[in-house]
Write a protein that binds this ligand. Sequence first.
Ligand code: ATP
Ligand code: MG
Length: 347
Amino acid sequence: MSFTEEQLRAALSSVSYPGFRRDILSFGLVKEVAVDGHDVKVQLVLSTSDSKIPGQLRSEIEKALTAVSGVEKVTVLIDLQAPVAAPSAGPIPLAGIRHVIAVASGKGGVGKSTVAVNLAIALQQAGAAVGLCDCDLYGPSVALMCGAKERPRANEQDQIIPVERHGIKLMSMGLLLEEEAPAVLRGPMVTRYTQQFLRQVAWGQLDYLILDLPPGTGDIQLTIVQTIPLSGAILVTTPQEVALLDVRKAASMFQKTNVPILGIVENMSYFISSEDGKHHAIFGTGGGAREAERLGVPLLGEIPIEPAIGHSGDAGAPFLISSVSSEASSVLRKIAKQFSVIISEKN
Ligand SMILES: Nc1ncnc2c1ncn2[C@@H]1O[C@H](COP(=O)(O)OP(=O)(O)OP(=O)(O)O)[C@@H](O)[C@H]1O
Ligand SMILES: [Mg+2]
């Protein structure tokens, strides 16, 4: 054998899961790599309903490994398991919920949680039953933004009872973790934890369950799109090119997993001068609109930079509750209205 195990690992870690930035190795999909002379045998475990993915991965793995000098024959064995949330896999975990909506972005800090919280409030104020779930294991920002501090309790069925604030039901994965847990949760553990979490919350009857996703396209996002059927995703971006580049990756993840993209929200689009009321596009203009056009989805709104948005988050009172009339609040309400129209047309 003229090649090392390290070279094989390096080659495998250059193969990403279709639609994701993460590689198959760090996703924990490679079960075994066996070497016999110049021949390499790789065993993969996949759980996907997309029939194109196994073949795609097989040919990429073959390509990557045969490029390692000394490797002659590559065999890829694929153990295809049924997706966890397939309707035939048992009880439907999110019964009673009409629409599950993901709020996502490629880049961090663009305003997903702000959009998710205020969309939830606007829908609740319009009469809907709304749940809001922070799916970021590492930072429970939704709970903070809504001023929820208590630890959730469990019911007799061992389900977690969501906390109620401002008329919406709230839950955060982060609220349930012990302090040291996030650092040790990686790959397959994150997957298991996320699946378990999604099934174990007693949401009751909801019109909308809004999922505030962590940024990017990692384990948590992959698990969510594979575990529960989403009605759609809203992508949040800022006007900068870096954020737009990343939002394309998030869009591609949803497209590859057959989750409809309902629209784009551009946040921090402009600053309104307190002196003359003029709009100043600090980060450039039209990026969100161009991206929406490229994806063939509506631009749901362009939210201005308003310092009160940041203050309301810190104070634990959602912006739409603490600041009833402002330009940003009317844009946020318009986004919720447009969203309701789009989702009702899907029914
Ligand atoms: N339009 C805005 N004007 C002023 N401040 C804003 C605006 N939108 C968001 N913020 C502030 O910017 C910060 C980041 O927003 P937020 O937490 O909603 O982003 P995020 O995309 O959820 O971040 P993460 O990727 O960390 O989850 C927060 O402090 C928030 O209050
Ligand atoms: Mg967030």
